[in-house]
Design a protein around this ligand. Structure first.
Ligand code: FE2
Ligand code: FE2
Length: 192
């Protein structure tokens, strides 16, 4: 039963999702946790977040929906791993989510190609962050590595999908502003 959702319906649904995801337990994943039965090592961690785009075209929306579903997997897997490490997501999580949501809404107003450009740049930066994170993992932490590897692969795919759907290259000052903001978020999330 596929009813036609109005823009307002979709907006309210996404706010509802945002509140649930940012304040409660991560939803059920679509795919199995890639860490599977891999052995645990003892160590520390950190985390990050994502976008919801207000895209106009169906194909774009479908591609973005797939990416969004995979981001749910990422949230769930990271939350599993944090629990295994007797840790928790950053207390600033709801703030990250609200910020991402606001940026996504503004990018959506700017139009599909710009919002896709924003997705592509975000995915590229997250991929680089995951690579950096992978290099800093304690030796033998196969569980974290398996999760980060799969996430990195997914982010590369999300960036490709955004390009295929017509992402525009963001102006360098905006890219720099995003890197700057992400660096602050990473530094804060690492501590609180
Ligand atoms: Fe992700
Ligand atoms: Fe992604």
């Amino acid at each position: 039963m596929d009813r036609n959702y109005s823009k307002l319906d979709r907006f309210i649904t996404s706010i509802d999702d945002a509140l649930r995801i940012s304040t409660g337990d991560a939803p059920m994943p679509f795919r199995e946790n890639p860490a599977g039965d891999l052995v645990a090592a003892d160590l520390d961690e950190d985390d990050r977040r994502h976008v919801a785009a207000t895209a106009h075209h169906d194909a774009t929306r479908e591609a973005m929906q797939l990416a969004a579903d995979e981001e749910i997997d990422h949230l769930s897997w990271c939350e599993d791993r944090l629990k295994e490490l007797d840790s928790r997501p950053s207390v600033l999580n709801p703030l990250w989510y609200a910020g991402s949501f606001a940026i996504g809404a503004v990018a959506g107003i700017a139009g599909d190609n710009w919002s896709l450009g924003f997705v592509k740049e975000t995915e590229n930066q997250v991929e680089a962050h995951l690579q950096d994170h992978l290099e800093k993992l304690p030796e033998g932490d196969a569980r974290s590595q398996a999760i980060l590897d799969q996430m990195k692969e997914d982010e590369a795919k999300h960036a490709d999908m955004a390009v295929e759907a017509g992402a525009r290259d963001l102006p360098p000052p905006i890219r720099r502003a995003m890197t700057f903001t992400a660096d602050i978020m990473k530094a804060l999330a690492y501590r609180i």
